[in-house]
Design a binder for this molecule. Structure first.
Ligand code: COA
Length: 323
């Protein structure tokens, strides 16, 4: 049966790098607080109207296609995972298709918050298994900075903007096993309301809402759910923890990654991280990290990688794949 094999990666961060010290000039926070609670030192944020969810996505996609050695006409599916698209319609995926000239590709967006990239990757894998298509572009992209309340120190220090992309091809190798889940009953712990309905019958006059979060509940959810998810996936594939070369987790917070590593009784070297430089880029964090690992020569053919995402919805997902 054909499965999804990653044959190229790419990523794009906005030009502007914002340090914790920069943030402390407009909210009551400090480098010491942010670093000790999250491990974040800096993040990239869009700083002009020329940088958008679309432009970040297209740059990451072009790099992934160049790395894979394919051209846009080879693509038959484009999936974009995002909660911060520039338009409600057209979807970011359709806009990427236009920019790339990928006219043979079906294109749509998918929202599973910080688990979005893996939900999209699993969808591509399912399309490949069903024989629907052969070559797909999967992008995780966010400009979360537009849905953040920049006067709320409890959230604004955590997030960053960016995009990561992979090209996946139907192959007899690649994806080994995957799982995902959702718990909508706990959705309120990570919320961002869409635009208010101002039709003549319900006009509220309310300002748009920004992202709100119960940080401690999200923390508890992730450190419980991710190890469970990893153990279940390994059981499904009949592999054990020692056979995994790297665990690439959603980059939300260094303390969270460290407590997951502790729970699994594994050294931190198995958990590469860039949260210190990127902050939490939601759906983009796993493909950005994967691209960094690939470009710096950390991955070898045959490595077994375990990718795991978790976040708003609530949602969680994990993929086990051979590089
Ligand atoms: N700078 C300085 N002080 C801050 C602050 C900031 N940026 N943000 C909050 N504080 C203060 C709070 O006001 C509070 O002060 P008080 O004790 O006087 O009331 C104190 O720090 C402790 O706040 P608390 O929320 O209890 O901190 P915490 O130890 O839970 O850490 C998080 C907060 C957000 C770092 C932590 O809960 C976390 O990492 N959660 C997961 C968040 C996440 O990753 N979400 C996305 C997942 S996809």
């Amino acid at each position: 049966m054909m499965r999804a094999k990653i044959i190229g990666t790419g990523s794009c961060l906005p030009e502007k790098c914002v340090t914790n010290k920069d943030l402390s000039t407009f909210v009551d926070t400090s480098d010491a607080w942010i670093q000790s609670r999250t491990g974040i030192r800096e993040r990239h944020l869009v700083s002009s109207e020329a940088e958008t969810t679309l432009t970040l996505a297209v740059h990451a996609a072009e790099k992934a296609m160049a790395d894979a050695g394919i051209c846009s006409k080879d693509l038959d599916l484009i999936l974009v995972a995002t909660v911060s698209s520039d338009f409600i319609t057209p979807s970011t995926a359709c806009m990427v298709q236009k920019e790339l000239g990928a006219y043979h590709a079906a294109a749509f967006d998918l929202n599973a918050a910080c688990s979005g990239f893996l939900f999209a990757f699993h969808t591509v894998d399912a399309y490949f298994q069903a024989g629907i298509c052969q070559t797909a572009l999967v992008i995780g992209v966010e400009t979360l900075s537009k849905i953040i309340d920049w006067s709320d120190r409890s959230t604004c220090v955590l997030f960053g903007d960016g995009a990561g992309a992979v090209v996946a091809k139907a192959s007899s190798r690649g994806m080994i096993a995957s799982l995902q889940g959702s718990d909508g009953s706990r959705g309120e712990i990570l919320l961002c309301k869409n635009r208010t309905n101002n039709n003549p019958f319900v006009s509220t006059g309310k300002e748009p809402d920004y992202l709100t979060m119960d940080g401690q509940e999200v923390f508890k959810f992730a450190v419980k759910k991710v190890p469970e998810c990893i153990e279940n996936l390994l059981g499904q594939a009949d592999l054990d923890l020692s056979q995994i070369t790297y665990f690439l987790l959603h980059q939300a917070n260094h303390r969270m990654i460290a407590s997951i590593a502790r729970k699994l009784n594994l050294p931190m070297e198995k958990f590469p991280s860039n949260v210190d430089r990127c902050g939490n880029t939601s759906a983009a964090s796993i493909p950005i990290l994967l691209d960094e690992m690939h470009r710096t020569g950390k991955l070898s053919s045959g490595d077994i990688l375990l990718l795991s995402g978790f976040g708003g919805g609530l949602t969680w997902a994990a993929s086990l794949l051979e590089w």
